[in-house]
Design a protein around this ligand. Sequence first.
Ligand SMILES: N[C@@H](CCC(=O)N[C@@H](CS)C(=O)NCC(=O)O)C(=O)O
Length: 218
Amino acid sequence: MLKLYYGPGACSFVPHAALEVVKAATGAEFETQTVKLHKGEQHTPEYLALNPLGLVPVLVEDGKPLTQIVAICDYLDRRFPQAGLLPVEPWQRAQALSTFVWMNNTVHPTFTHVFRPSAFAAGEAAQADVKALAVAKFREHLERIQAMIAHAAPWLLGDKPSFVDFYALVFLRWGGLAGIDPATLPVYQAFVERVAAHPAVAAAMAREGIRLDTYKPK
Ligand SMILES: N[C@@H](CCC(=O)N[C@@H](CS)C(=O)NCC(=O)O)C(=O)O
């Protein structure tokens, strides 16, 4: 059976919601294991044996680990094509991956600078600079996603929910934690409420114990 190691509210939510979509479409059950990132559980010897990078997510099948969100999601799509997670037509599939990879290699690392500026600058003032610049850049990325959402029909890739919709939800939650009021991105906010109401997504959110309202007004 497939087993996903995830951190509540982390990027691992993307394959987590996808596994729920797969389960609904095919009946394939999966197991989950929480990795409490704030407690450093990603650095235990047992976990590092699965992923020497000490990051979530990890998908384990038959005792063999697979890391990296895009690789995990590509595997889920190819193994369970009935779930319709990515378009089949080659050009559309490549376009979908283009958006997905941009989210994974650009938007996501921008937030890492917000969340952990100490990994990118030594002094306190420099860290505050890194964080402020990264928040501004992250907001630009959210605005770009909001512009994509304006063409959603009804999901970002068309008639079926997919990885990019789940990533969009994760990013708006993270934006709230970074002090970005989701009400200032109303089209995005309404979209994410719709994503969260999808039964597969709602099931993954319930298991992770996460909600959409991460923003706390100052
Ligand atoms: N490129 C990796 C990024 C994974 C990643 O950044 N995971 C974060 C959570 S969103 C993590 O595990 N952080 C733990 C840490 O930095 O200690 C992927 O696509 O899987």
